[in-house]
Design a protein around this ligand. Structure first.
Ligand SMILES: Cc1cc2nc3c(=O)[nH]c(=O)nc-3n(C[C@H](O)[C@H](O)[C@H](O)COP(=O)(O)OP(=O)(O)OC[C@H]3O[C@@H](n4cnc5c(N)ncnc54)[C@H](O)[C@@H]3O)c2cc1C
Length: 545
């Protein structure tokens, strides 16, 4: 069977759905092909316990932040169910006693909270916040630009490089120095320059290692912290981190509803096997069931190894590009533990099982940078962390749609297990790892273990096999310095185009990914639509290669 469309989008994760929405909105007859039984990819709400279907968890990704207002408004996502509750404070209860809360936008309360541990650090907080805000003002808007192919002498790329330089003409020596530090330092070294207390440094270092195959003492982790801390990308102020009502699957559902409203056809249980390439041009796709679909524009939003090495094939790709994708770093050693709880954690430091402010934000297990570093070193030495760190959240502090009244869902985003655990299920070791993680929370909230009604442990193997996250990396590829901006996913191809004309690329492995932000899908659609415009006006789009 062969069907013909204007545009085919491979992958029904949130980026695929965003790309399809923009293509269809511009008039292209568009189909999304998704291999799973449902859309959403890593933005998914599921009921993992067959005997307790009334509990739903946001199984992989768990909080929203970087989706730009342009996408939310263009796709009218609020009218399709996009509704985000801002998170409460960062909270850490310490095994040795006491706790800390950090607020996203309340300097006075931060002063009081931090002052309990160090007066000097409390005094330093406003300057730190201002320093970070200044850097975010520079870095944030960069998330919305298509990186120029630096080094290329093609007119469009030269123009892009000049535009980038012009955009940053206002930067001074000091700002450049600060940005350089941020890009090259470890989060631990950076925080050591600013703060003295291990509690504050532990708290502020978490964002530097989320989803990263690197402990807080590894160079580059300062940037990862900034990536997760940017609050404004020059497109209107973004909300603080927040919980989508109905879990992250509801974000994908809202985008899918928007896509359908523009006329997109969404096919689930539709696994693509190959991109059909003729004379260096993509002309369609072959499905695993043998069907073929044809279109002049194809957007892939899969992991780069799948999109290029499996679907296009090395023989159709320039050798340099194929090598860049083959050597793409895609580890993270993440384990997601989803729990149904009969009651809220009762912290010794802040007693009570009634809903309180400290239940409403991130409920961390990262008491110091040394603790987090040890967890990484264990995994790098080839064993699962003895004492894993966790970025925990309890979305049901706000969202009453996920479980029966009186009960709660808690999601623990934890690290690390060895980077090769994507190759084998490691089921019993993952269960033992989850036991240890739960013990750590039980040490600071002694009702915790007993309150667990159900648990679901998702490790790198399942992430790869079930969700297509090769290597178990949560962003389709590490956010390490050599894989950012003009290098993401490969030098020469950071503008959402690929070596194959007619084939565009908009997964989290491109600039502004990862995360549930939709920017890669939006940019890939924009690149495809721009080329169509150029083609219609009689000039040719960028030559392949
Ligand atoms: C455990 C975990 C926690 C995370 N936490 C957060 C968070 O809190 N906040 C945040 O912003 N981000 C988070 N992320 C990252 C974020 O979820 C991802 O970066 C993002 O969802 C990826 O979106 P995507 O559309 O690019 O790709 P995906 O969501 O991976 O979508 C790709 C789609 O393609 C489909 N597919 C695969 N192969 C084929 C094929 N051959 N044919 C057809 N379809 C195919 C897949 O089934 C999938 O639906 C997390 C990720 C994980 C795994």
């Amino acid at each position: 069977m062969t069907a013909t469309y204007d545009a085919i989008v491979i992958g029904g994760g949130h980026n695929g759905l965003v790309a399809a929405s923009y293509l269809a909105r511009a008039g292209a007859r568009t189909v999304v092909l998704e291999s799973r039984h449902k859309t959403g990819g890593a933005a998914t709400t599921e009921s993992p316990w067959p005997d307790a279907p009334e509990f739903r968890v946001t199984r992989l990704s768990y909080v929203m932040s970087l989706m730009p207002p342009t996408i939310i408004n263009d796709l009218k996502l609020a009218s399709h169910g996009y509704k985000v509750y801002p998170m409460g404070p960062y909270y850490q209860a310490f095994p040795e006693g006491g706790s800390i809360k950090l607020y996203a936008d309340d300097a006075q309360r931060n002063y009081e909270s931090v002052g309990k541990w160090s007066k000097k650090d409390a005094e330093a907080m406003p300057a730190w916040d201002a320093w970070l805000a200044g850097l975010a003002d520079v870095l944030g808007p960069m998330l919305l630009i298509a990186p120029p192919n630096i080094g290329s002498r093609k007119p469009r790329d030269l123009l892009g490089t000049l535009r980038l330089a012009w955009r940053h003409r206002g930067l001074n020596v000091r700002t450049i120095a600060d940005a350089t530090r941020l890009m090259t330092m470890s989060i631990a070294d950076l925080l050591d320059d600013w703060f003295e207390s291990s509690q504050i440094k532990g708290a502020l270092s978490v964002n530097g290692v989320i989803g990263t195959w690197a402990g807080p003492y590894e160079p580059g982790t300062a940037y990862v912290m900034a990536h997760h801390s940017i609050g404004d990308i020059g497109d209107g102020h973004l909300g603080n981190w927040g919980f989508q009502e109905g879990g992250m699957g509801a974000v994908a559902d809202a985008i899918a509803a928007a896509a359908r409203s523009f006329g997109v056809e969404i096919r689930v249980n539709s696994k693509v096997g190959r991109v059909l390439v003729e004379n260096g041009r993509a002309i369609g796709v072959a499905m695993e069931n043998g069907d073929e679909l044809r279109a002049g524009t194809i957007v892939s939003t899969l992991h780069p190894r799948t999109a290029f090495l499996d679907h296009v094939g090395e023989k159709n790709l320039p050798a340099d590009f194929a090598k860049d994708i083959r050597t793409w770093k895609t580890r993270s050693g993440v384990v997601k533990i989803n729990l149904a709880l009969s009651e809220l954690p009762n912290f010794t430091a802040d007693p009570g099982t009634e809903l309180a402010e400290h239940h409403t934000g991130s409920v961390e297990m990262a008491p110091s940078m040394e603790f987090t570093e040890r967890a990484f070193l264990d995994a790098r030495e080839g064993k699962p962390a003895v004492r894993p760190f966790s970025d925990g959240v309890i979305p049901t502090a706000f969202d009453k749609t996920l479980c029966p009244e009186g009960t709660h869902i808690m999601s623990l985003f934890s690290q690390w297990v060895p980077s090769d655990w994507n190759l084998e299920p490691h089921t019993s070791e993952l269960e033992a790892y989850a036991d240890r993680m739960i013990e750590l929370y039980d040490e600071v909230a002694p009702n915790f273990k007993a309150s667990i009604l159900h648990r679901d442990v998702v490790g790198p193997y399942q992430m790869e096999q079930e969700y297509g996250l090769i290597g178990g990396n949560i962003f389709h590829g590490e956010l390490s310095l050599e894989q950012l901006f003009h290098m993401r996913p490969a030098p020469g191809y950071a503008d959402y185009r690929t070596p194959i004309s007619g084939l565009y690329y908009g997964s989290s492995a491109t600039h502004a990914g990862g995360g549930v932000c939709g920017i890669p899908g939006w940019q890939a659609a924009r690149a495809a639509l721009a080329d169509r415009k150029v083609t219609r006006s009689g000039r040719s789009p960028r030559a392949a290669g």
